[in-house]
Design a binder for this molecule. Structure first.
Ligand code: XCC
Ligand code: SF4
Length: 624
């Protein structure tokens, strides 16, 4: 099977770079995908186990061969354990990111993170009071220090519940408590996943999955929420602003520096140093017209939301950015960074710079990033990029024209502000039927789905049916590329939603940030539910991850559903090898926590499922 560039992506910029790659004989993620086909069906079904060295074991899905592992583990047990390990990895990724943000915050409060400060003072004080810290008579730094310690405690706590869960409606919290899935400590839940899945520990699928929900909750209402909060204090809470996206944001005559990964701790500093007069002078000396910083994946979303820094692309466009031949430095931290970038950058002049003490890749220039010398290191990194500018091979340069305007920066705070201070106008619009409900559409790209096809069509279908969409992560970037994040996109919305967007001058699709910022969606949903006096599961809302691929997305799915939001997955998780697990996830959960998963690769059908759920919730609330 050989896919054409048009089958690989719906995005013209992506298609043209894929053509360039073919012409230059450069391998991309799609080529490697084709070489993996057909993919292992034991893996796809989730029925292979390597959790001990009597194995590996696999279950015969046709019921002819082995129906148990050597220890006696059934397909149900193996599938559930494998899923729990995915949740653990995803929750760990988000929460360890959060831990680093808090540690930076703590160092900042002690005056040991020179270049960082407090840009979100209001958030500092509101969070401090939420954590019971008295601010009176204390300096900002003292309050920050106490808050940092309180936040760090959330990671190592033995007994819950995590304090952020107090933001959830009371009925939801009581349900979690009754089910015994209130998250206790962030690290504790993740460690317990590893313990339970060790050979011969937890061997009941339902029991295993309930802990999966608890671990997910420790991410959504713990790690991710803390990451968002602390980053807002350090860098400011996002507010609406304009920017541009897609590969066309790369500059033909400026030094292009790409920040890729997830932690704004790094990308914030890079953005700042790009305005350093000394570096700008050096750029001029090297024949460049300036320094252009552009993002990829969620670290890009972070700087986009706070500074309007342009975004060069989604997860599946990371290699294509290098293939433009116009990138002087690809600077990465953690998560979603393809190790292929090492050999790929070797084919161009691009410097591949890894910065995280935790993450290295083949072929990188290592420039480890530490808070104490953040500005200096960032400056060194950008200087390396500037000095690389003369090595750009003009014959290899081809930057796609496509770049799209977008309006971003819709934190929960910004949305409430746009509504005039309370969710009341939105609730009225929902009650009156102008807005049918809210769709949260998030998540990655996945080569198994035509790039951006799932994202863009699902979202278009929702807004056409008067569902206001909130988005984060790569879905947000995909929507931006398709021109859905501008107020003018209201013409694609149904009449009711269109009227609201025009009145408020907002897009029908609101960019709420990076993947850890799905916590902002939880906060917004709670604010709406609380002001109606209902549970989140009563709201006319539904979620989707049309092209998800990462383990983080599995953790997200676990906490979104546990928070009461029906969620449609566009790619099939590796669970179909167990009837019991599949039916629990897609049906059984509904009776337990008021929401469940569905799997539907076709975005139009997925939209229908979400609309049906939204209609059902409207009816239950007595809305027409
Ligand atoms: Fe990664 Fe967050 Fe997925 Fe995009 S969406 S591919 S996780 S960057 Ni979260
Ligand atoms: Fe096989 Fe059981 Fe060991 Fe898994 S834990 S590898 S099923 S013996």
């Amino acid at each position: 099977m050989k896919l054409t560039v048009f089958e690989k992506s719906i995005d013209p910029a992506t298609q043209s770079m894929l053509e360039k790659a073919e012409n230059e004989g450069i391998e991309t993620v799609w080529d490697r995908y084709e070489k993996q086909l057909p993919q292992c069906s034991f893996g796809q079904l989730g029925i292979c186990c390597r959790n001990c060295n009597m194995g590996p074991c696999r279950i015969d899905p046709f019921g002819e061969g082995a129906d148990k592992g050597i220890c006696g583990a059934t397909a149900d047990i193996i599938v559930a354990r494998n899923l729990l390990r995915m949740i653990a990895a995803g929750a760990a990724a988000h929460s360890d990111h959060a831990r680093d943000a808090v540690l930076t915050f703590k160092k900042m409060s002690e005056g040991e993170a020179g270049s960082y400060g407090i840009k979100g003072e209001a958030k500092l004080f509101s969070l401090a009071s939420e954590y019971g810290i008295l601010a009176e008579g204390k300096s900002r730094e003292e309050v920050a220090g106490e808050l940092a310690n309180a936040l760090l405690t959330e990671f190592g706590k033995q007994n819950g519940p995590l304090l952020c869960t107090r933001r959830a409606p009371g009925s939801r919290r009581r349900l979690w408590a009754e089910l015994g899935i209130e998250p206790r400590g962030i690290d504790r839940e993740i460690v317990e996943c590893m313990h339970r899945t060790h050979m011969g520990v937890d061997n009941d699928a339902t029991h295993i999955l309930l802990h999966g929900l608890r671990t997910g909750l420790s991410d959504g209402w713990g790690g991710s929420m803390i990451a968002t909060d602390v980053q807002d204090i350090l860098f400011g809470t996002p507010e609406p602003k304009k920017s541009t996206v897609n590969l066309g944001v790369l500059s033909p005559d400026k030094v292009n520096v790409i920040v890729h990964g997830h932690e704004p701790i790094l990308s914030e500093m890079i953005v700042e140093t790009a305005e350093d007069p000394e570096l700008l002078g050096l750029a001029k000396e090297k024949g460049a017209a300036g320094i252009n910083v552009a993002g990829i994946c969620c670290t890009g979303n972070e700087t986009l939301m706070r500074h309007g820094t342009p975004i060069a692309g989604t997860f599946l466009q990371q290699e294509l950015a290098v293939i433009t031949g116009a990138v002087e430095a690809m600077v990465v931290d953690v998560q979603c960074i393809m190790p292929s970038l090492g050999s790929l950058t070797g084919c161009y002049h691009t410097k591949f710079i890894s910065t995280s003490p935790k993450a290295d890749f083949p072929g990188t220039l290592r420039m480890e990033f530490h808070e104490e010398k953040a500005y200096e290191t960032a400056k060194e990194i950008v200087k390396t990029a500037v000095e690389n500018f003369p090595n750009r091979n003009l014959e290899k340069v081809n930057i796609p024209e496509e770049k799209q305007e977008c309006m971003v920066g819709f934190s929960a705070e910004a949305i409430l502000k746009a509504l005039g201070g309370s969710p009341a106008p939105l609730i009225e619009a929902i009650a009156g039927g102008a807005v049918k409900g809210i769709g949260a559409v998030v998540g990655c790209n996945n080569v198994k789905i035509q790039h951006n096809y799932g994202h863009v069509n699902l979202v278009k279908e929702l807004i056409r049916n008067n569902v206001l969409v909130v988005t984060t992560g790569c879905n947000a970037i995909a929507c931006a590329e398709a021109g859905l994040l501008v107020p003018e996109a209201a013409v694609l919305a149904g009449n009711g939603l269109k009227g609201i967007c025009e009145a408020l001058d907002i897009p029908p699709v609101l960019h709420m940030g990076s993947c850890v910022d799905i916590s902002r969606i939880l906060v917004l949903a709670s604010a709406i539910a609380n002001s109606l006096g209902v549970d989140i599961s009563d709201l006319p809302a539904a979620g989707a991850a049309p092209e998800w691929m990462s383990e983080k997305a599995v953790s997200i799915g676990a906490y979104v559903v546990s928070s009461g939001v029906f969620t449609v997955l566009g790619t099939v998780p590796p669970v179909l090898g167990s009837q019991a697990v599949t039916s629990l996830l897609t049906k059984g959960l509904d009776g337990v926590i008021g929401a469940s998963f569905a799997v539907e690769p076709d975005p139009f059908k997925a939209a229908d499922m979400m609309l049906e759920r939204i209609e059902g919730k409207r009816k239950a609330l007595g809305l027409k």
